[in-house]
Design a protein around this ligand. Structure first.
Ligand code: IPE
Ligand code: IPE
Ligand code: MG
Length: 267
């Protein structure tokens, strides 16, 4: 059971946002497209690198807040398969920041009970980054709180493509017959296997698109777009987004829950 005093102690700024809310309606899984680092830097006359650096602080704050809110999963889109198109220096900067993050934040992750789970085609990352990720996964695997999925060299289409290829191989080997393929089977082939689909997807920076993120998993996810640029995204922004989500009525193609009974003349 979630308790308000634990999630948002009295006197904290987030208390007012969460007060009176049915805490059982908070999302289990929040996914975030962290966008706007470059524009944040440009607005300040700084190089893009500084925007990415400032974005790391927002990552730390989002992870800590999600852990405090006792969410089950937070998925952060950190580097897409399309981001390799960026200039070499920018890709190197992003990878350098990832290296730093893995070294510096490990203690914070462990002390918050966070379990790290990188998703994406990790084999294409530099060997030392793969090692850093493996070390962080090992160090955090006993975390019983939040699962922090970090999407690296990830895209929804490559994830699906990999699943189709694996299905074709299994079928050719006689281990899979067509009728075994249902929604659960497909979900189980993806990088996110075993975690519930996102309840809420947040995109910062005012862009209104999905940019190849979690295409299969977001079929019925609630969407939240905010103009806030990622480096400015604070705990209070995340808390407002989850509080807004708690008021939404999800239907999954059905009728309003707790709504009116059948119309007269229908059964
Ligand atoms: C998000 O910020 C970070 C990554 C995609 C890695 P951007 O770098 O996309 O920032 P904008 O969109 O150019 O402002
Ligand atoms: C989406 O942001 C990818 C990540 C946040 C990692 P982009 O900035 O790459 O997306 P587009 O190019 O604006 O769609
Ligand atoms: Mg962008």
């Amino acid at each position: 059971m979630k308790e308000l005093d634990r999630l948002a102690p009295p006197g904290t700024p987030e208390r007012a946002t969460l007060d009176g809310l049915d805490l059982t309606r908070l999302p289990r899984h929040v996914a975030i497209i962290m966008d706007g680092n470059g524009r944040w830097a440009r607005q300040r006359g700084l190089p893009r690198v500084e925007g990415h650096r400032a974005g790391i602080r927002a990552v730390r704050e989002a992870a800590e807040t999600a852990a405090r809110l006792e969410l089950e999963v937070l998925t952060l889109y950190a580097f897409s398969t399309e981001n390799w198109k960026r200039p070499g220096w920018e890709v190197r900067t992003l990878m350098g920041l990832l290296r730093e993050y893995l070294q510096r934040e490990l203690d914070v992750l462990v002390s918050n009970g966070i379990c790290l789970r990188p998703i994406g085609r990790l084999e294409a990352l530099e060997p030392d980054i793969q090692q850093g990720l493996a070390k962080a996964v090992e160090a955090t695997h006993k975390g019983t709180g939040l699962t922090l999925q970090i999407a690296l060299n990830y895209s929804g289409r490559t994830e699906l493509m990999d699943a189709f290829r694996s299905a074709a191989r299994q079928a050719a080997g006689g281990e899979l017959v067509a009728d075994q393929i249902d929604e659960d089977w497909i979900s189980g082939q993806l990088a996110t296997a075993g975690v519930p689909d996102p309840d809420l997807l947040i995109r910062t920076s005012g862009e209104l698109r999905i940019s190849n993120f979690l295409l299969w998993q977001i079929a019925y996810t609630e969407l939240h777009f905010t103009p806030v640029l990622w480096p400015d995204f604070r705990a209070s922004d995340l808390i407002r987004a989850v509080a807004d989500y708690a008021h939404r009525e999800r239907r999954f193609g059905g009728v309003l829950s707790g709504g009116h009974g059948p119309d007269v003349g229908e059964d």
